[in-house]
Design a protein around this ligand. Sequence first.
Ligand SMILES: Nc1ncnc2c1ncn2[C@@H]1O[C@H](COP(=O)(O)OP(=O)(O)OP(=O)(O)O)[C@@H](O)[C@H]1O
Ligand SMILES: [Mg+2]
Length: 311
Amino acid sequence: MLSVENVSKIYQVGTFGGKELHAVSGANFEIHPGEVVSLIGESGSGKSTIGKMMLRLLPISAGKITYNGRDISTLQGAELKEYYRNVQGIFQDPFSSYNPIFKVGRVYKLIRETFFPGMSDEEWDGRVRNALHAVGLNPDECLEKFPHQLSGGQLQRLLIARALLLDVSFLVADEIISMLDASTRIDVLNLLADLKARGLAVLFITHDLSLGYYISEKALIMHRGVIVEMGLTEKVYNNPRHPYTRHLMMAVPRLDRKWPAGEAELPPAPATNGRAYYDTTLARSRNGDAEWVRPVMVEVEPGQFVAVGKR
Ligand SMILES: Nc1ncnc2c1ncn2[C@@H]1O[C@H](COP(=O)(O)OP(=O)(O)OP(=O)(O)O)[C@@H](O)[C@H]1O
Ligand SMILES: [Mg+2]
């Protein structure tokens, strides 16, 4: 299980790095085996920053991330290697994951050298074939090609096959559908559903609300670095509580409902035990000083949590 505990990320920005940008503030959530969790938010809300911290591609400013109880920032050497055998990421632009001057099959050779040095050629070839078949690719056709000779969807599937080869238990999938055309999208989505059926857990990062709804049983809604609402996808989508989530859901045309005449009015959000919902307009306007208000998650209904301000 992966657990994100009070995790924050502050980037130093400005000409001389004199300013701070709170890209992620006090994120708290868990992902269990076999769970698909969507991380949804507009551009710049901090989604990729969370994904990269989980993959240890970025250091954490505060808080910790644990994998089966171990703080991932303390992993080194063989343990870190083991972590990456279990936890892998796939990113939006599949081309960036390949070196254009090498055939794509090289990615697989590297995995073998790193993780399975003792395996016989025969067993390894069998594994590669199985993984490629599982993602609907023909091994004889694609491994000898250069990245530019394959489509974005094929490259994306090769990366998923790579995760299969490693037999990962957790995948960070950061906007992996965005670059694909409509028919390939469905294939990759179905593939993710298959992986989930095998017990793989996925953090599915997207700015597309409908994709989040389609694919996940849990959803995290992020705005300006803060997870403002999270919980069972059904509840978060059908009965959003935080003003930002409500705003987001109102903005989506719904096929099961007629649009109200005139401007859409937001119904007032019900109060939560007298505490104010976390105000994301404050989130990045302060500089980490004493006035900084940390979001606190409150369970408003079984399986549904909303961020409130501490004060
Ligand atoms: N290396 C960096 N240095 C400084 N600021 C950064 C850095 N990386 C990201 N940021 C800023 O942190 C914030 C969050 O960025 P992040 O990439 O996590 O957003 P995102 O939700 O993934 O957005 P998108 O949907 O566009 O991918 C943004 O304001 C971004 O400009
Ligand atoms: Mg991103």
